[in-house]
Design a protein around this ligand. Sequence first.
Ligand SMILES: Cc1cc2nc3c(=O)[nH]c(=O)nc-3n(C[C@H](O)[C@H](O)[C@H](O)COP(=O)(O)O)c2cc1C
Length: 186
Amino acid sequence: MLNVAIILGSTRPNRLSEPIGLWVEAAAKKTEGWNVERVDLRDWPLPFYQEAASVMQLKGEYSIDLAKEWSKKIASFDAYILVTPEYNHGTSAVLKNALDYLYAEWNNKPVAFVGYGSVGGARAVEQLRLVAGELQMADIREAVHVANPWMLVKDGVFAAEEFHGKKLAALIAQLDWWAKALQAAR
Ligand SMILES: Cc1cc2nc3c(=O)[nH]c(=O)nc-3n(C[C@H](O)[C@H](O)[C@H](O)COP(=O)(O)O)c2cc1C
């Protein structure tokens, strides 16, 4: 089995990461061989990175228990889908901070992106691909980009278009391939 995390990349009230993330989760849960878990950053109120040493030097000796729990949680997955907003042409600070807190836990695992915004969160996703490289993650080429998401979310439900579903299916297929390959390699 593969343990797959769907990480909601925003925490504000009325966030769109939740309806879009729930849509991703519903499709992911239909994938054979996947254990899917939603990881909501609202449940992980990590302070901005505040340790006296870098993550690699710390070797898990964080000053706060929540970071130790975050390490255990993220280490338990074989693959990740990041549901990211675009804030000022980048990802959200809360998602970047959550990524920055760990290193080895992300290494040698695949990551896929579902972005949203006026141009489908494309600029945020491209920035995240650079971050993924430094975290030694394999970024999946197939992505879902939801343009103008505020026009597609009604009463807290994301009304996906057919092509969004096709892109998500392609993302899941590639992520599955890479997750199996890297699980075996690890
Ligand atoms: C601080 C901030 C900056 C934003 N910058 C961008 C941007 O650069 N590009 C864009 O397409 N949308 C931008 N938006 C609009 C967001 O795409 C939109 O508010 C989206 O719903 C945010 O995701 P969230 O609802 O999950 O928080 C910005 C929103 C905020 C709050």
